[in-house]
Write a protein that binds this ligand. Structure first.
Ligand SMILES: CCCCCCCC/C=C\C=C\CC(=O)SCCNC(=O)CCNC(=O)[C@H](O)C(C)(C)COP(=O)(O)OP(=O)(O)OC[C@H]1O[C@@H](n2cnc3c(N)ncnc32)[C@H](O)[C@@H]1OP(=O)(O)O
Length: 719
């Protein structure tokens, strides 16, 4: 609702009230319309201030209403009425003014912001565009380039930046409503014509067509198939080239296409999924709302390779004291040199000024004796990690949480090396750890609720999307990657090329295909895992049994490349070639194509034409099938957890909602049928055998993704 009061004798104060973010629900819109009409009618009222309760102006349209029968007064005429009023209206902005919230403020004649405010038009990240006049008013107010930047990226700006851009008229540190009232009294009676943004011409730009062509090209490249950013550019182009009323028509038309699109549904699903996974629960019954995290004041990182450095930076950026331990002198010196630059770039990326960081370095593991939490990030080798955990258990003060950054080793086995296994959890970061948003928090059967809660809270403090997952080989993300990569290898054996497979995946929306990612992270990483799992063996990659291991189809292609020293970007050659070791630009490699041809001949394989549909189905459905197994095994609490892991950690396109949501969009029956088809064609590939949970969901009528948990619960109760 919206509360109305008369203040300072002549100011009508409208307060938006819809906790927690004062979203513009039908009730709130109705409240604004009626209180505003009342203010206009009342002869005592000479001016109006609009604010939000509880320190937040407005988080925008109520996203929960999308996809329902929307009722209540629409936003556009409501904002027009505010702009057209003959009494001055000031938006008093504190906390957030986002989406429809900022559009409402742009309809006001003046905007005053508290220094804590963040403003933005983030609709693009929900698969939409700012359709309450945002795409038409913002360019008129701040110019086309700045408006394009904000609208196509959805980024939030601070009050200071908003003032610099000209979005707000004043920034204050004082009580926002008091300042707004003071301000509106000072402008009462002044003409308002020049304050109505919709009447402004768009600030002229020379060579408009070229500007939009270049922006469109850049946005298309970044969008990876998402349609909202393109529509945002088109809407701003309308603002630049059409009169306001026609621009508004164009905005509406473009929004109509987006609003009902699958992409918007997928992205809005991701928004709510992100909030849902922070409300974690684990099979022991421990939950986010009943498990108290312990404060962490001082943390330590063991091992300063690439991951350890990134984790140290991520911890230091939260303001924690960090002890960084590296036993090898050379590696320690390199880390010390690299860290300041990483911190500086991190501050720039986050738009904050660089503060003094409290990192101390040591070669001696005993330096961690007094910390509250340790993250081990040594080489991915069980024997080495076991030794480190035994040492930590002896050295650390009682109660210190011991965390491992392993990407797939048994967390419970590591816990068993310590005197207090309840203090052990996995904190699986993704490279580069100070940039990537994902954190898998891995609980073992003995991890205490407090250990899980502390790791989850620390992840949040570091700005990560933290997902609690159970302990199994590869956890969630890497476990699902295995069948995906395996299919990619099989496709090469059958006639595809790395370029084709990557091309199909990139067209689907991944920023990089599987082979480019493999080159980037190093082919030796997977090779070591396959060796540890007993699949890859020296000398076993050729000969008659090379393509069968442990009774199932196996492709030794990756092992063969590693045996030739082709580890990807770091050696300048992998699935592609690079201009030098460490080079970044992948080029087709004729050697690789001849190698594939010879390999096929050697194994009596006849290359066939494979279409992109098959590439996608085999790679993605194999991955999705493993996702269902993970749900069945209780390793992930729900499909949202898996989806966020893939969106934030593995480059799954957000506009496709994550693998499990995507399966629902495709139709579970179709996914099941295609898996059955491929399993019949490749009976020696167990990953293609449809999982029983998928069958169960199809049998129960393919419920929407938010109802899968009920079916999973039933499956678990019957076990
Ligand atoms: C046929 C064509 C028809 C077209 C007609 C349509 C016309 C529509 C016209 C205009 C449309 C305008 C579009 C919009 O305005 S879209 C919304 C834009 N706003 C956003 O994207 C902001 C989203 N929210 C946030 O970024 C954050 O929540 C923030 C406001 C920064 C607060 O962050 P934080 O303090 O960390 O809190 P949480 O994120 O955890 O949120 C707390 C709870 O509030 C819920 N929430 C937040 N925002 C909204 C919202 N806009 N609508 C509904 N609910 C919202 C959130 O889910 C949390 O809920 P819970 O506690 O249950 O998890």
């Amino acid at each position: 609702m919206a509360q109305y009061s008369l203040v300072a004798g002549s100011v009508g104060l409208i307060t938006l009230q819809n906790p927690p973010v004062n979203a513009l629900s039908a009730v709130v819109r109705k409240g604004i319309v009626s209180t505003f009409e009342r203010a206009l009618r009342d002869p005592k009222v000479k001016s109006v201030v609009i604010c939000g309760q509880n320190g937040v102006f407005c988080g925008g349209a109520d996203i929960k209403e999308f996809g329902t029968n929307m009722s209540g007064p629409p936003l556009v005429p409501m904002i027009h009425a505010i702009e057209a009023a003959d009494k001055p209206v000031v938006a008093a902005i504190e906390g957030s003014a986002l989406g429809g919230g900022l559009e409402l403020a742009l309809g006001c004649h003046y905007r005053i912001a508290h220094s804590n405010a963040r403003l933005g038009l983030p609709e693009v990240s929900l698969g939409l565009l700012p359709a309450a006049g945002g795409t038409q008013r913002l360019p008129r107010l701040i110019g086309i380039p700045a408006a394009l930047d904000l609208i196509t990226t959805g980024r939030h700006v601070t009050a200071a930046e908003a003032l610099q851009l000209g979005i707000v008229d004043q920034v204050t540190d004082h009580k926002i409503v008091d300042e707004a009232v003071k301000f509106v009294l000072s402008v009462a009676g002044k003409p308002l014509d020049a304050r109505r943004i919709s009447t402004y011409p768009c600030p002229p730009l020379s060579d408009l067509d070229t500007v939009f062509e270049m922006v469109m090209q850049k946005v298309r490249q970044r969008a990876h198939g998402a349609i909202a950013p393109i529509a945002c550019v088109q809407a701003v182009q309308a603002a630049a080239t059409l009169p306001y009323a026609q621009g508004m028509e164009r905005e509406k038309e473009l929004m109509a296409t987006l609003f009902t699109s699958g992409q918007a549904r997928s992205m809005q699903y991701c928004f709510f999924a992100q909030r849902a996974v922070s409300k974690w629960s684990i099979p022991s019954g421990a939950r986010w709302d009943t498990s108290m995290p312990r404060p962490v004041h001082k943390a330590a990182v063991i091992g300063l390779g690439t991951m350890g450095r990134g984790i140290t930076v991520a911890l230091a950026q939260t303001g924690l004291s960090v002890v960084a331990v590296e036993t090898q002198e050379k590696q320690l010196m390199e880390a010390k040199q690299a860290m300041p630059g990483m911190l500086e770039r991190g501050a720039r990326r986050r738009g904050v000024s660089l503060t003094l960081h409290k990192i101390t370095y040591s070669r001696d593991i005993r330096a961690v004796a007094d910390v509250d939490l340790v993250i081990e990030a040594v080489f991915e080798d069980m024997a080495l990690k076991k030794k480190v955990f035994q040492q930590l258990s002896d050295i650390c003060k009682p109660g210190t949480f011991l965390c491992t950054n392993t990407s797939g080793l048994d967390v419970d086995h590591l816990a068993s090396q310590t005197c207090n296994p309840e203090l052990v959890v996995g904190m699986h970061f993704f490279a580069p750890a100070h940039v990537m948003k994902l954190l898998e928090v891995v609980y073992g059967p003995r991890s205490s609720p407090q250990a899980v809660a502390t790791a989850m809270q620390l992840g949040k403090k570091m700005g990560k999307v933290s997902v609690a997952v159970g302990n199994c080989r590869g956890f969630v993300g890497n476990r699902m990657l295995k069948p995906y990569v395996e299919q990619a290898f099989f496709l090469l054996e059958e006639g595809a090329t790395p370029e084709q497979v990557d091309g199909a995946l990139e067209e689907f929306g991944f920023s990089m295909g599987v082979f480019k990612v493999s080159d980037l992270s190093g082919l030796d990483v997977g090779w070591r895992v396959r060796m540890a799992d007993g699949f890859a063996e020296p000398g076993a990659s050729s000969g008659p049994s090379a393509r069968v291991r442990q009774g199932r189809r196996y492709s030794p292609l990756g092992d063969l490349l590693c045996e030739q020293g082709r580890f990807g970007q770091k050696t300048g050659q992998g699935w592609y070639q690079y201009d030098k070791p460490g080079g970044r630009v992948a080029r087709s490699d004729p050697w690789l194509h001849s190698f594939l041809a010879e390999y096929r001949t050697r194994h009596g394989l006849v290359a066939r034409r494979i279409d992109n549909q098959e590439v996608l189905e085999r790679c993605l459905y194999a991955l999705i099938n493993e996702g269902f197994r993970i749900l069945e095994d209780g390793i992930a609490a729900g499909p949202e957890d898996i989806d966020l892991i893939y969106v934030f950690g593995y480059g799954w396109p957000r506009h496709r909602g994550g693998p499990m949501f995507y399966a629902g969009m495709v139709g579970l029956t179709k996914v099941l049928q295609r898996l059955e088809h491929y399993h019949q064609a490749h009976p020696d590939v167990p990953f293609m055998q449809p999982c029983s949970l998928l069958r169960r969901l199809v049998a129960s009528g393919s419920p929407p993704v938010h109802r899968w948990r009920e079916v999973i619960k039933k499956v678990h109760s019957q076990l």
